[in-house]
Design a protein around this ligand. Sequence first.
Ligand SMILES: NC(=O)C1=CN([C@@H]2O[C@H](COP(=O)(O)OP(=O)(O)OC[C@H]3O[C@@H](n4cnc5c(N)ncnc54)[C@H](O)[C@@H]3O)[C@@H](O)[C@H]2O)C=CC1
Ligand SMILES: O=C1O[C@H](COP(=O)(O)O)[C@@H](O)[C@H](O)[C@H]1O
Length: 255
Amino acid sequence: MNEPVLLTGAGGAVGEAILGGLEDDYEWKLMFHSPPVEEPDHDYVVGDVSDDEDVRAAVEGVGAIIHLAGDPRPDAPWNSVLANNIDGTQKMYEAAVDEGVERFVYASSNHAVGAYEDERKPDLYRTHDDFRLDGSEFPRPGNLYGVSKATGEIIGRYYHDEYGIDVCNVRIGNLTKGHPPIDYERGQAMWLSYRDCAHIHERALLADYDFEIVYGISDNDRKYYSIERAKEVLGYEPQDNSAHFDGEERVADPT
Ligand SMILES: NC(=O)C1=CN([C@@H]2O[C@H](COP(=O)(O)OP(=O)(O)OC[C@H]3O[C@@H](n4cnc5c(N)ncnc54)[C@H](O)[C@@H]3O)[C@@H](O)[C@H]2O)C=CC1
Ligand SMILES: O=C1O[C@H](COP(=O)(O)O)[C@@H](O)[C@H](O)[C@H]1O
């Protein structure tokens, strides 16, 4: 990749995971919401994704975007997801088209399809249950945050169809550092380790595709999201599995 990659929401957890794995491999342009405490080693801007001028300044000179910035709270109120997630994502796409950005990787969420879980819980989260969502299903958000994430995917569909920008929506599961969520079956089923998070985003930067919706989870035994599409189209090869952990400790070696 010849031009810098814009990483919005760079100061957050997903941004930390991506930079932790890929910091030295790409020329980054980072976008923060407020000035970073430590001076980054990369070009950066401070701004709000719901502000046109801030977004233009962020997108200037980049060749690809990983768009993470937004309100990540599953119980976020409508006024927040409308401004930070929906409006912010549309502004980012609009600026991307004007700048000639070729690729847009969007941080979608498990909450875009949360309502599929209702009648199937808790078996859904257990290894004997082979039900899988694969990304071809219609979104069924279980909260307004999920509505905003599904809307972000649809905004991407429009900008892909109308302007030809490559779009990969990564429906991220539950990112935690070091080990899977403890005493939380659902979280263990959709766990995404930090290194698998960096890896799937790298594949989304490099692989050949048009418009994709993939699940961003590790290769967990408990999974109810298929990772076959991510493997097939992106070349995703996850290394982690929540079943290899007993609480905080790794108890099985994946090799
Ligand atoms: N952490 C997880 O397990 C999951 C995260 N996601 C998505 O990944 C993205 C990143 O999430 P996290 O890193 O966990 O959240 P986070 O809260 O740690 O990071 C989000 C970042 O976005 C920035 N931000 C928020 N509103 C902004 C605005 N209006 N303008 C500019 N920057 C703004 C915040 O300052 C923060 O640094 C979010 O879009 C979230 O919906 C999706 C599924 C799971
Ligand atoms: O989209 C998101 O999902 C994760 C996992 O959801 P949860 O309901 O199991 O907590 C969540 O932790 C994160 O904040 C959110 O952005």
